[in-house]
Design a protein around this ligand. Structure first.
Ligand code: UGA
Length: 441
């Protein structure tokens, strides 16, 4: 099949490479020529396991890139739209500018030069009603009806940064939202070709359900995290409690399940914060108040401050002190710092005239673009904590798991440590001033 993927972000690129690996010819499109130049040099521009290997294997064979969308419109059997739907800074609503532009271009091309049936697949996360709005654009621009010479589907993705390739190869579910039989039949055959030998469930439903499934999925996971963070904050006030044990017990209840109950500094990244806010805004736009989702967002907004409070309980006057931060990316195995809690914490600490040392195995270059010379960057965690008055562990990188109590005691000026990710065993840290989210002695 000839496939084009519009938008070479982490979803678009990871997905393209998995399709190429399954033997399809894939052309990736993006307006960012710098990004495309990097891809041509087999550099993904972001850190994502397996992406570089797949680029080396498939670039110029099954996979290529272009900045000219016209190159793909005529020849593609399947057009996947993976462009961003960023938060509008005014009200958190999903900004659909890029989506609308892409659908207009696709619609025009359907009118002028396409031949054969083409299926257009919405992959971007969009509020309910958007795909139908795009249907109108396609039909207006092309003068043709969906289901005649082209199909339209909403096919949300559930892949996570840091395991995008693996999630794409082994999804827990494929959701296919269509409103007509031709579109349903074409996209179903496509996914049969991708997952032919695997036992992967496929859910066929309406376009609007598909849009809502994606938001509900992300909002539910975000709610689980805010819930356990709320419990963790409570535990920090109750002697002899440990949120890790409480989460473990909850996880045994099959009605709850063990995943996404890891207390921490709050969720970040390019998806949960944006999608939760977009859902809140969407609800408001139709006159509804989503109280639970609003509470999820509110808990998450406050969570970085809860971490800072744990530090401030140990160091009452932070001014002029040096604080080391281990971990910058919004979670491990990615260099992505979008909506990372580290950004909020660094901003707060800078306001209080604190000297900040940071370490991260892969995200330092991204952080330098934000804070320049306002903070100190270290590629070695030991040097980062050297002579510092306090340390916060903000990302759960594996390399921090082996830091010993002696490492803190020997290297820091005063060994005061806040583990915001629960990666160190508190009982092994008795000889230093150690605090962890959701744990009290
Ligand atoms: C998330 C969803 O997990 C994917 O299913 C979805 O496809 C994706 O958003 C998207 O909409 O594109 P992602 O943002 O890559 O994926 O990362 P997650 O692994 O879900 O983590 C999000 C945040 O929650 C991170 O800051 C992480 O540290 C935090 N988290 C996660 C916790 O604090 N506790 C947990 O138990 C789990």
């Amino acid at each position: 099949m000839n496939i084009s993927v519009i938008g070479m972000g982490f979803v678009g690129l990871s997905m393209s490479l998995v399709f190429a690996d399954k033997g399809h010819r894939v052309l990736g499109v993006d307006i960012d020529t710098n990004k495309l130049d990097n891809i041509r040099k087999k550099n993904a521009t972001f850190f994502e396991p397996h992406v570089t290997n797949l680029l080396e294997k498939h670039f110029e064979n099954n996979f290529n890139v272009t900045s000219n969308i016209d190159d793909v419109l005529r020849t593609s059997d399947f057009l996947f739209v993976c462009v961003g739907t960023p938060s509008d800074p005014k009200d958190g609503s999903a900004d659909l500018t890029a989506i609308k532009n892409v659908f207009r271009l696709i619609g025009k091309s359907l009118n002028s030069k396409s031949d054969g049936f083409q299926t257009i697949i919405m992959k971007s996360t969009v509020p309910p009603g958007t795909t139908n709005m795009m249907k109108e654009i396609l039909e207006q621009e092309s003068g043709k009806l969906v289901g005649s010479v082209f199909g339209l589907c909403m096919n949300p993705e559930f892949l996570k940064e840091g395991s995008a390739v693996n999630d794409m190869q082994n999804p827990h579910l494929v959701v296919i939202g269509t409103n007509d039989e031709s579109s349903k039949s074409h996209i179903s055959k496509f996914y049969e070709s991708i997952y032919s030998n695997e036992n992967i469930p496929v859910l066929h439903t309406s376009v609007s359900n598909s849009e809502m499934i994606k938001y509900a999925n992300n909002a539910f996971l975000a709610t689980k995290i805010s819930f356990i963070n709320d419990i963790a904050n409570l535990c920090n006030e109750i002697p002899n409690t440990d949120v890790e044990i409480i989460a473990k017990a909850l996880g045994y209840d099959p009605r709850i399940g063990p995943l996404f109950l890891k207390a921490g500094p709050g969720y970040g990244g390019s998806c949960f914060p944006k999608d939760v806010q977009a859902l809140i805004n969407f609800s408001k736009s139709i006159g509804h108040t989503s109280s639970l989702i609003e509470a999820t967002h509110e808990v998450n907004q406050k969570q970085p401050l809860m971490i800072l409070q744990l530090l401030k309980k140990k160091i009452s006057n932070l001014s002029g002190k040096t604080i080391s931060i281990l971990g910058i990316s919004f979670k491990k195995n990615t260099d992505d710092i979008r909506e990372a809690v580290s950004l909020k914490i660094i901003k707060e600490l800078l306001n209080e005239q604190i000297i900040i040392n940071v370490h991260d195995p892969v995200a330092l270059e991204n952080l330098k673009q934000v804070f320049n010379d306002k903070i100190n960057y270290f590629s070695d965690w030991k040097e980062c904590i050297q002579n510092s008055d306090g340390c916060i562990i903000l990302t759960e990188w594996d390399e921090y798991k082996n830091i010993s109590v002696n490492d803190f005691a020997k290297n820091m000026k005063t060994p005061i440590v806040v583990d915001a990710r629960r990666i160190l065993e508190p009982t092994k840290m008795n000889s230093i001033d150690f605090t962890a989210i959701g744990f009290t002695k």
